[in-house]
Design a protein around this ligand. Sequence first.
Ligand code: ATP
Ligand code: MG
Length: 564
Amino acid sequence: MVAVETAVADAGRDFIRDIIQDDLDARRYTEVVTRFPPEPNGYLHIGHAKSIGVNFGVAQEFSGRCHLRFDDTNPTKEEQEYIDAIKRDVRWLGYDWGEHLHHASDYFEQLYEWAEHLVRSGNAYVDDQSPAEMRAARGTLTEPGRNSPYRDRSVGENLDLLRRMRAGEFPNGARVLRAKIDMASGNINLRDPVLYRILHAAHPRTGKAWCIYPSYDFAHGQSDAIEGVTHSLCTLEFEDHRPLYDWLLEHLPVPSRPRQYEFARLNLTYTVLSKRALTEFVRQGHVTGWNDPRMPTLAGLRRRGVPPEAIREFVRRIGVAKANSTVDVGMFEHAVRDTLNRTAERRMAVLRPLKVVIENYPQTSEEIDAVNNPEDAVAGTRKVAFGRELFIERDDFMESPPKKFYRLSPGREVRLRYAYLVTCREAVRNAAGEVIELRCTYDPASRGGSAPDGRKVQATLHWVSAKDALSAEVRLYHPLFTRPDPGANGDVFADLNPNSLEVLADCRLEPALAAAVPGKPVQFERQGYFCLDSTATPDRLVFNRTVGLRDSWAKVQAGGAPSG
Ligand code: ATP
Ligand code: MG
């Protein structure tokens, strides 16, 4: 079981900001340039948001700049759809790369020239071994590798073969260009790593210009150097690549000298943040797409109603550290709730309706003032229709209530929010014995929700006027996984929660919700935060629950079922 972080980190200073401050103080660099380097082979997720927040955040704080650079070196997996989505999502998160939109593919010509440079200086060679032979000769963590029989080719022969690789003379996998470093190195990344491979595939940007493509390692540091990146901030899995990053920069006539620093990836309980797994969930139909509101992608979170400032705040709270850890997803929801509590307007919506008839209310209706946001006086008030027939939440009535149930039951008086005190007189049943309607009376002197004699009621219920209410579908999202550490037993698919989506088909909403728009969540009083779905139409309202009002994860940890 992983240690789960539930506390708020000290969000001020961290080791990366300390390093940068030192570098500036010592005048090793005079400006700060970072980059966020996604591979366009999937949508961005909340883990990427951490990296974006760190890279763009650091640049902002030190008055530097952050580049958006697509690491587009593998045309077989990369697509324009992903490039567009990534740009949209970074912008939505609130960051701006200005003129600095770059692609590793912008540098293909320069990278190739540097490959020839390494060949000419005796630091790279063309290897004809098959991928299997190369793998077998690579050694293990405890055994050194074996030199390739092609390792000592002449510079002339290597140059000729490299040029013919580029010219398209050889099929995929026939040859590779490798750096000539040390097959016995304790660091496997230094055992003559592959710099170029043959791939006869069209590239979204360079088309058919190339049939050899640089490896991540050969592209990354050199791209950093070309762009004048000073601090190349990446996640811990690249720590063992750093000696290669440095080796390449030292052996090439690059225009600047960036440094790589690694920080811990974000891991979240009940969440999978592997693009490969997320791609499969989409492909196999376990979710409806990359923007399914159950997905941890920025597109999914946006559709669900999570505001970008909540994601930025979450990233700030978790901080940046050097040790891997797993963050409680409850911390994320906490940040979402904190933001929405301040910003979301309140509305009334009944998710599981039960009809109420106020017997002594005239056959008319009236408009009642309701507060839009008690946390924000500027949000003002709105009118809510009140009438003789209403809906309340089915759960707010019990015919034979247990001791601590203070809501509606026969003979009990409660407050209808903003409106009146009402007393339940009788529950009407259908032939099957189910309660289908409550007959109530109201106190006409209690308008606004309090009685002139000051008598107290224990509960305040939300409600909607039956004849004015809008019908809507409301989607409640439960965790996509049944365990906090999905995949820990080796099969992430086995841990998918078959009940992650709960659809309530016949919800009733106050009429003001006709003005709801995607991307602007509201609080349904007593229920949680909800957001109009991007697929909704005026004839078919669909709301997504962004997050409940209370921490449902505490209950999960105590052994109960997550309610989302
Ligand atoms: P995959 O999930 O397929 O391994 P990736 O996470 O490496 O993909 P990239 O597009 O290469 O995806 O990531 C871009 C940047 O985002 C990299 O610098 C990477 O370190 C960072 N990043 C990715 N996942 C996380 C995460 N969970 N937490 C923090 N940073 C992350
Ligand atoms: Mg990657």
